[in-house]
Each structure stands twice: as structure tokens, then as C-alpha cells.
Design a protein around this ligand. Structure first.
Ligand code: KIV
Length: 269
């Protein structure tokens, strides 16, 4: 089973790693067969599974239920689970809720924010819970951000994001996840933290790992699709199409043909 130390080793070796969201056991098995390196049980399940229009209604119990289902289907990937909206607002809540998803099968929890999470990161880490901090476009704060849009578009905003990354890494964050930021910033942050794997979604081609929402890369998202998404199902046919799409994604991340320039945000900072 892939662990945090493997992700660190992949970074040291310059070997890019694949990550997909997953919420159920049969998809998890297909991802195991395709050797996807890491799985995120994302609170995006609020939209993709539950049909809500944001991640805000998702509960810790939902995350634990889907984490356990995914773990039963996959013994290969490193599993990371989101702590949902308002479930880590206090140190006590963070610890109590992280315990629930870790006991369901997660190897790491993901929380959204910046420097203000330092104490939470430190407390979880001290208690044996590795933490991934999600920065940039943080969907749980959609009402503060005013929509799902590109973040850190100016040098000043990029430097603020770097300061946030530094604070959480110093507090013990094991992994950073950057969403919807200029490709140049994704590269800068990946290089600035040589021992911290950085996963990107719409953060350019230079991050250590890439993640996509599984429905997006299978062409199952209806309506507007984000610039950073590539539909890997389009190239497949026949009864193994889903498995082949996962294999194609894993390969494209490893050989860096995904993300291509058209999937990235090119902004001069
Ligand atoms: O919940 C989720 O699926 C995520 C990804 C968009 C990274 O956080």
C-alpha cells in the first residue's frame, strides 16, 4: 500500500504521482487495477454523489461511510479523506472528526485553508494524523471567495499564498494541495518545499502529483467543465473503457502529457 513516505520518495525522484477522487468500492477496485497512486475521498461527493450544489451540506458520517467503502475496494493507493465544512473549526472538533475518518480507513485527512490552520495541523500531526492542506480555490469557502474562480492572480496574492503554505508546512503539514492557481505559482511552491509533496488541480504541470474529480475525467459531469479537466473516456471504447481511462490518466500524469498547456492557467506573476 502506498504511504506518505512513498509520496515523499516520488517527489525526491521526480516521479509524478496520480490521484483521483473516489467514493465507492467498485471504482476503487478499478483504480487499484490501474495502479492509481493515491485516492481522495473528496467532499465533492456532496455534488457528485449527493446532488447538492456545493460541498457545504456534507457530514463527517458521509465521509466515513465512503472512506470505508473505498478502502474495502482498494489496497494499493494512499487514501486521503476530506474533513467537511465546519468539522475542524475547533481543535477538539478537528481531532474528534479526524479520528472518525482515520478509523474508517483514511491514511491522511485534508483540510482547507491557510496559515490560520497551523495550530490544527500541529495538533493533528502530534496525534499521529498526517494532514494535507488544500489552498488556493477552497470550495468550502465558496461564499467568501464569490465563486469557483482562479486564485492568486497577482504577485502580492501569490506571495500571500506562499506565506500560508510556509506556515502550515512549518506546523507539520505532510502534503499541500493547490487548486486553481497560476501554473507559475504551482511550480514555485513545489520547488520551495523540497520535502513536502504538492498535488495540483488546475495548478500547472510542475506539481508533484495531479488530482481530478473522477466524474470529470470520465465525462460524467454535466454543465460547465473547468479548464483543467481532460476527459480520458473520449479515447476509450469497449467493456474495459473505465479501467483504460484510469490507466491512461495514470500514464499521462507520469509522462507529464497531462496537464497540457491548455489545462493550465498562464498568468505572469
Ligand atoms: O473534494 C474534492 O474533490 C477536492 C478536489 C477538488 C481536490 O477537494
Amino acid at each position: 500500500m502506498i504511504s506518505l513516505s512513498d509520496l515523499r520518495q516520488f517527489k525526491a525522484q521526480g516521479r509524478k504521482f496520480s490521484c483521483l477522487t473516489c467514493y465507492d468500492s467498485s471504482m476503487a477496485k478499478a483504480m487499484e487495477l490501474a495502479e492509481i497512486d493515491s485516492i481522495l475521498i473528496g467532499d465533492s461527493l456532496g455534488m457528485t454523489v449527493q446532488g447538492h450544489d456545493s460541498t457545504l451540506p456534507v457530514l463527517v458520517e458521509d465521509m466515513a461511510y465512503h472512506t470505508a467503502a473505498v478502502r474495502r475496494g482498494n489496497q494499493h493507493a494512499m487514501i486521503m479523506t476530506d474533513l467537511p465544512f465546519m468539522s475542524y473549526a475547533t481543535l477538539e472538533d478537528a481531532l474528534k472528526n479526524a479520528r472518525i475518518v482515520m478509523q474508517a480507513g483514511a491514511q491522511m485527512v485534508k483540510i482547507e485553508g491557510g496559515a490560520w490552520l497551523s495550530e490544527t495541523v500541529q495538533n493533528l500531526t502530534r496525534n499521529g494524523i498526517p494532514v494535507c492542506v488544500h489552498l488556493g480555490l477552497t470550495p468550502q469557502s465558496v461564499h467568501v471567495l464569490g465563486g469557483y474562480k482562479l486564485q492568486a492572480k497577482s504577485r502580492e496574492a501569490a506571495d500571500q499564498l506562499i506565506a500560508d503554505c510556509r506556515a502550515v508546512v512549518e506546523a507539520g503539514a505532510a502534503v499541500l494541495l493547490l487548486e486553481c492557481v497560476p501554473a507559475q505559482l504551482g511550480k514555485e511552491i513545489t520547488e520551495l518545499f523540497p520535502h513536502t509533496p504538492v498535488i495540483g488541480i488546475g495548478a500547472g504541470a510542475e506539481t508533484d502529483g495531479q488530482v481530478l474529480v473522477v466524474q470529470d475525467m470520465l465525462g460524467l459531469s454535466f454543465g460547465r467543465v473547468a479548464r483543467f479537466v481532460r476527459n480520458f473516456m473520449k479515447e476509450q471504447s469497449g467493456e474495459t473503457a473505465i479501467l483504460d481511462a484510469f490507466k491512461a490518466y495514470h500514464q499521462a500524469v507520469q509522462n507529464q502529457s497531462f496537464p497540457a498547456r491548455e489545462h493550465t492557467f498562464q498568468v505572469e506573476l
